[in-house]
Design a protein around this ligand. Structure first.
Ligand code: SIN
Length: 275
């Protein structure tokens, strides 16, 4: 197996391994690389839906997304789809998957099934690098803070997606979410400090209103999205990306109007987060 960084602080491309047939020691090395680099990309994979599910179960378990359409033949697989006549994509803003759950999904495995002729890249940003680069003054200000995360404003009836042409494809308008997490968490496996707020689902700090929280949330967002914390993936047929939702934010580019894009996503079960 060979590992090549995608960017100095985020992402690694791993070659010389078949995800569908990897050994236990390769699996361990893949997990460790994802915990550290935040996201790993694998090219030219022969990875059927059955392989996708089997790999996720081998990793540790599957959290089924409450909102995305599910593959009718494989309900463990959520479909991230945009049709040629749709304007809105799924995941087209910086976020981390399922932070609105009190035990958020550890990671996500995304497989390219239908790609536009160009565009539709995905960006990740590394929240360990983001935390490290904060000023000492800002680190002190967020020490001990907790934040409230929810997806209600995104997916509920009348929420952000309901007002778009993705609205009728989504499920879970009756689902209510809410979770409190430390603003700075320790990665459960590496122990690294990570900034754990995100622009999509973190709506306020505990003990503060939304209005009181916004200036600091915006300051943290700006710091998190420094370009040198980021990496970018240009998808090709056979590409699979696996990322750690504690370590990274991601953002799906919506620059391929008039073309279809369909990705298969499985979210991996996580564990409670601690400061
Ligand atoms: C997601 O937010 O999980 C989707 C990412 C993508 O479609 O590139």
């Amino acid at each position: 197996m060979e590992m090549t960084p995608m960017a100095p602080k985020c992402g690694v491309e791993i070659s010389g391994v078949s995800l569908a047939g990897c050994s236990d020691s390769e699996m361990q090395a893949i997990k460790q690389a994802i915990y550290e680099h935040g996201v790993a990309v694998f090219r030219d994979q022969d990875f059927s839906p059955e392989d996708h599910i089997a790999f996720a179960k081998r990793w540790g378990g599957i959290d089924i997304n409450a909102y995305f359409p599910l593959d009718p033949a494989f309900p463990e697989i959520a479909l991230v789809k945009k049709a040629p006549d749709q304007q809105t994509n799924i995941g087209g803003a910086w976020h981390t998957d399922h932070s609105y759950d009190q035990v958020p999904a550890m990671g996500s495995i995304l497989v390219a099934r239908v790609l536009p002729p160009s565009g539709g890249d995905t960006l990740w940003a590394h929240m360990g690098a983001a935390y490290d680069a904060l000023s000492d003054e800002l680190k002190e200000r967020i020490e001990g803070l907790e934040a409230f995360h929810t997806a209600d404003h995104v997916y509920k009836e009348g929420g952000i997606y309901a007002q778009t042409d993705q609205g009728s494809d989504l499920r879970g308008q009756d689902v209510t979410t809410g979770a409190v997490h430390p603003v700075v968490i320790r990665h459960p496996q590496t122990g690294r400090k990570l900034l754990y707020v995100n622009t999509a689902f973190t709506i306020r700090f505990v003990g503060q209103t939304r209005e009181e929280s916004l200036p600091l949330l915006m300051e943290l967002t700006q710091a998190a999205l420094r370009e040198d914390n980021q990496c970018r993936l240009e998808w090709k047929p056979g590409t699979v990306a696996i990322w750690d939702n504690r370590t990274t934010w991601h953002n799906a580019m919506n620059d391929y109007h008039g073309h279809a894009r369909e990705m298969h996503r499985i979210t991996l079960t996580g564990e409670p987060l601690a400061a």
